[in-house]
Write a protein that binds this ligand. Sequence first.
Ligand code: FES
Length: 569
Amino acid sequence: MKKLRSQDWFGKTHKDGFIYRAWMKNQGIPDDEFRDKPVIGICNTWSEFTPCNAHFRELAESVKKGVLQAGGVPYEFPVMSLGETLMKPTTMLYRNLMSMDVEESIRANPMDGVVLLCGCDKTTPAPIMGACSVDLPTMVVSGGPMLTGKYEGKNIGTSDVWRFADQVRKGEFSQEEFREVEACMCRSRGHCAVMGTASTMACMVESLGLSLPGNAAIPAADSRRKVLAQFSGRRIVEMVKEDLRLSRILSREAFENAIKINAAIGGSTNFVVHLLAIAGRMEVPLDLEDFDALGSQIPLLVNLQPSGEFFMEDFYYAGGLPVVIKEMREHLHNNAITVNGKSIGENNNNAKCFSPFVIASIDKPFQMASGIAVVKGNLCKDGAIIKPSAATPALMKHRGPAFVFQDIEDYHARKNDPDLDLDENSVLVLKNAGPKGYPGMPEVGNIGLPKKMLDAGITDMVRISDGRMSGTAFGTVFLHVAPESAEGGTLALVQDGDMIEVDVAARKLHLEVSDQELEHRRSNWKAPDLGFDRGYVGHYIKHVQQSNLGADLDFLRGKSGSEVSRDSH
Ligand code: FES
């Protein structure tokens, strides 16, 4: 085994070694733990403000058991946590900040390998991004989804929040019923129980080869989640001995596998910005167009909300992601190596499906082509995306007049106005919701239909925005328009009544306004005053990249490795 990195701290003699060891010994650590044992950092995104990760102290204990069993030494450390439901204005504003915390915490401390405990939406990509920039042996243990919600005998999950909210607005559901349903939906530990962003991220992790097989779907409350955490603790010690670093796992082939598997599971649109950002850290070439070229023709194999019917718990009982990977084998790079040292093919080729209602075979998919489509046009020179499996087929080709909301506050101020000058053919345009413009690119792209439309019985309309959409949401929504409106993209120049043509089959998003008129409007356009000139947010606005590049901070792309050149003592 090559010399352990941690021995640059604990293996030292004289004053420095004394200091490194002596203060650790106040935790009751015997001296032999500092002699050539792999030190495993357990990066804990636990927080009581992040309810999806609130069980992670307990999960860390299972990882520790495994590390000790394999002869390693586990040390748990906290990092920033991002709770999707509570943090304002949006967790995406802090994803890159959290990744910096993880990166610097790993590099600065005496660890040889690291286990990332990941759960709620951004608490998966952010730690991975940070870990990629250090490139130690690293694996992920996900926290697992909640048990399926139950309300009045029916299954419910996060995707129903939008439906319940619309029912309240239409007067079909009382406030009392609304309050009651809250407890019925979130009835166990874990993250959102549908194929939203958190579950998509957990599947991404498994598809990239960053976790043990089966990690994505085991419910948080199932005892087998702890067993997987314990096995992961054992395995990370071996990974250190094998020097199996992230850069050996995260090849271009691994990213291509992840894109294809994401299409097969009908994963969240947020997958796109997060995978692009991770690839940027690993210095693996990956473009927005790759998501369409590799994923859009992949069939949908999973019948989970929000695109389908079932929940993550059902997915686990049906066999989970290993079944999908096995069914997808003709499309995948089966030799891509994973954290257990075996290839993704070896890991999953014996998987068994226990419910064809939840996981389809590749010969009889739930839908023929389900991956994310990338559209281009004068309205989005650098692209925009749509998730066809969550959209209304009849609206995928549509032409209608723009109805513009200048920002999300404008939308909230007018959404219930009965006199809005629009109809079901209108195209709802939301500006200033991009990475810089909000700032933080919130999940508001799927603005609810104006009350006038709901009252008319309309259930979906074409919507276009530079913002994101919750992975648990649905609708014919074009998202991540780049360049965004706050950067002076064409989206900023759209006016009420401009005709917009969308054609997903032709990958087209076109504003029917002449170049000459657009130039005229551009000359009168003023960049919005975002009002932040200090602190992290000020720095973020100056450095955040557009969504087609992953919305990372420009100075964080790439990696710096694990070397620390100077000692402090
Ligand atoms: Fe945490 Fe949905 S709110 S995963």
